[in-house]
Design a binder for this molecule. Sequence first.
Ligand SMILES: NC(=O)CC[C@H](N)C(=O)O
Length: 201
Amino acid sequence: MPSPVIGVLALQGDVREHLVALAAADAVARPVRRPGALDGVDGLVIPGGESTTISKLAVLFGMMEPLRARVRAGLPVYGTCAGLIMLADKILDPRSGQETIGGIDMIVRRNAFGRQNESFEAAVDIEGVEGDPVEGVFIRAPWVESVGAGTEVLAEHEGHIVAVRQGNALATSFHPELTGDHRVHRLFTDMVRARGAADSL
Ligand SMILES: NC(=O)CC[C@H](N)C(=O)O
């Protein structure tokens, strides 16, 4: 498959950093703001930011249902931090009216690592990422409280789940797009390529 086209949901959050990381991981990266733009992508990244705001804007821009439909249909997706929250089937402590796209059978807790630790870095060993642990940047990060039978746990930090995969959906509590280490983006672009190869059989 030639370079896959990967969109970055550009409603709010650190969109630019993901575009740069995806380009470095050999994808053609473009921002996605409108439902029509979803048609042209082989995969989608949902960035970090504020999940309540992303939820509100997705509804306002008419993106929520198209996103749910594409993810249900198997579009490869990768969510970081607030993006992980957007991919959760259930939030333990949602703000009133907060919705998710869903796609990963898991329950997440927002801001779980606590105020005193609003931001920290830690080495994280991720299943499927070769070599040294990645540097996990956690910013008011959620953790995954529990997962369903079909959800694979890829990494934990201090006993809490911080990276998961279910089928074509990948999510991390932390922000690999901020580190200059593109191995997690490469893991995702490989997932997108594998899906593209399976589709063209
Ligand atoms: N860095 C982040 O994406 C923070 C996530 C934020 N705490 C939320 O609930 O959406």
